[in-house]
Design a protein around this ligand. Sequence first.
Ligand code: TXA
Ligand code: MG
Length: 355
Amino acid sequence: MAGEKKLHTRVIDARDINKAQEQIAQAGRILAGGGLVAFPTETVYGLGANALNGPAVEKIFNAKGRPSDNPLIVHVDRADKIRELAQNIPPEAWCLAKHFWPGPLTLVLPKQEIVPREVSGGLKTVAVRIPDHPVALALLKTAGVPVAAPSANLSGRPSPTTAGHVLDDLDGRIDAVVDGGPCGVGVESTVLSIENGQPVVLRPGGVTPEQITQVLGKVCAVAAWQEQSGDAPPSPGLKYTHYAPQAPMYLLLGKPEAVAEKMQAMRDEFWAQSQKVGLLLSRELSNRVTADAVEVLGERDRPVELAANLYSALRRLDETDCDVILAEGYNDEGMGFALMNRMAKAAGPRVLCLE
Ligand code: TXA
Ligand code: MG
């Protein structure tokens, strides 16, 4: 369970970074001194601690209620700093770092001794990335230490894309949140391992497998893991429920026409049982179906926009009194791949494939 609320959480306004240099430096000192600071990245807000300080990192797990075997991503502000954290770094990793950093790509590499057990969850590897956000980069620079940071939500909840979301989950549990405005990408980084030169996506995210394939000239695989197999997952995060709204969510996959009809039919069934229905859909479908609460993610064929709006829409639906959520599925190409991965996780077993 998450620890009790007892801290005063400072809110540091860095929406205008030029006016916030001194406050960002203060936040950097909190991190260097072993405190917890939430900060914006281009993907989602992270909850940071000094990655080389095991007890500081342990506080992240208490604040979030996160299972202790789920390792954290370490954030740095310069690529050469990963030498301190990782060893036997393959040439493919340097090539990808050069192309995508700063940016939403996390590389899983063999770890150095210095990386504490709390960060790596007991694995022999460490996950690293450079975030593409001026506030994050300024904070990392002033902190002067690598910063371990998972998404700054209570474990299991949708990731935060604004400082307000962070406070909704973690007010009183962390030392500070740096407000840098809403995050642009809206879904987390791609987590990638390189096994004998072969890139494998462990978690889809802001950089697509096609982009990785293009840069390396090698086909990028996507890890397939079945919970029922009894095997250890390639990334511990895969085995936990994630991104889920409080109300059960049904994900409807199929042609827009079929999705619209099924959504109306399901809504009517839930209404007949006096249940309140929330919808998560495209602008196109919102002209056809309505219910008690409606969240429009954007235009159907613009997955970048749909992804950027997903988590805030899920959180707003949580604030309504809906008993159930019906969500439209999208094409899983490009950024649609990460979007559909998150939506499927949010839905759990309630995915309906329509003809
Ligand atoms: O965009 C992001 O990646 C955000 C921002 C804050 O950087 N961070 C984020 O962290 O999403 P988190 O902790 O919510 O997700 C990290 C994922 C988890 O699924 C974890 O299991 C996986 O990365 N991971 C971390 N270290 C790993 C390792 N050594 N081997 C395999 N998977 C790892
Ligand atoms: Mg997370």
